[in-house]
Design a protein around this ligand. Structure first.
Ligand SMILES: NC(=O)c1ccc[n+]([C@@H]2O[C@H](COP(=O)([O-])OP(=O)(O)OC[C@H]3O[C@@H](n4cnc5c(N)ncnc54)[C@H](OP(=O)(O)O)[C@@H]3O)[C@@H](O)[C@H]2O)c1
Length: 246
């Protein structure tokens, strides 16, 4: 089965390519460095020729709310048009747990628009909603830092290893389209401030972590369960401590 991984050079994309190859599929990593650009449409028709499925694991270079909305709107529009022209039978996208729960979070809002466009495209699809990657912890710290203080809301948080996300995405891509979404999360729940405090200490970072119920997460104040999956969602295997020590 030929599967094109758009964003196949990224954190998740490169792992999805390896997971698909390990299952005996022809996985094609597509990104600007291989001449495929979802914003301009360059190279899309050629790379999609003969593809059974497309996995979209691209990301916006900027997390500024308008930029990220523009990125996912344009990229999804171009991808859907190219998939329709090429007769691709399965569109797989990676989104985030809770995109509908925090509309004040500009990044989540853009991902929700991406999800709507996929659902309305008429192309059979599957959307994987993952929780925050362990690998994204430094990005969260950067966004929450204010001088020597890192403010995060003490809500529930259930991060996952990028490798486990990639495995789930690859498994979904070779199955029949769900025409819906699934959630996937790490095996343990933490308090958001607790794991950030541990992560900084483990990296010798002296910054103080403050549990602030009013602190925003990319523009939104999450409620207790905003960032965790529904009860019963499949849980990945890799535990935080094992990932950190690996
Ligand atoms: N971070 C989290 O905790 C989290 C949680 C759940 C879901 N997600 C979702 O996971 C997805 C993948 O994230 P990631 O961390 O793996 O991203 P990443 O490492 O930043 O990789 C992004 C990929 O997109 C490609 N790309 C960027 N602009 C492109 C363009 N115009 N045309 C074609 N490809 C382009 C990049 O290519 P180059 O290498 O050439 O730049 C790269 O391969 C995102 O959609 C994100 O919303 C993230």
């Amino acid at each position: 089965m030929k599967i094109v991984v758009i964003g196949g050079t990224g954190l998740i994309g490169s792992k999805v390519v390896r997971e698909l190859e390990a299952r005996g599929h022809e996985a094609v990593a597509a990104s600007p460095s291989s001449g495929v650009d979802v914003l301009t449409g360059e190279g899309l028709a050629e790379v999609l020729e003969g593809a059974s499925a497309v996995v979209d694991v691209t990301n916006s270079p900027s997390f500024e709310p308008d930029a990220v909305l523009e990125f996912f709107r344009t990229s999804t529009r171009n991808l859907i048009a190219a998939e329709r022209a090429a007769g691709v039978g399965h569109h797989v996208a990676l989104s985030i747990v809770g995109t509908r729960r925090l509309p004040e979070n500009g990044y989540f809002r853009a991902k929700a628009v991406q999800e709507d466009m996929i659902q309305e495209s008429g192309i059979p699809y599957s959307i994987v909603h993952a929780t925050q990657f362990f690998e994204f912890l430094p990005g969260i710290v950067q966004a929450a830092a204010d001088g020597d203080v890192v403010r995060v809301p003490p809500v529930l948080f259930q991060p996952i290893a990028a490798q486990d996300v990639a495995r789930t995405v690859a498994e979904v891509a070779v199955e029949e389209p769900l025409n819906g979404g699934i959630e996937v999360a790490g095996p343990e729940q933490f308090r958001f401030d607790e794991i950030i405090r541990d992560f900084l200490a483990a990296n010798g970072d002296p910054r103080e972590v403050v549990a602030d119920p009013h602190a925003r997460y990319f523009g939104a104040v999450p409620a207790e369960r905003s960032l965790i999956p529904e009860v019963g969602a499949p849980l990945a295997q890799t535990r935080y401590e094992d990932w950190r020590k690996a």
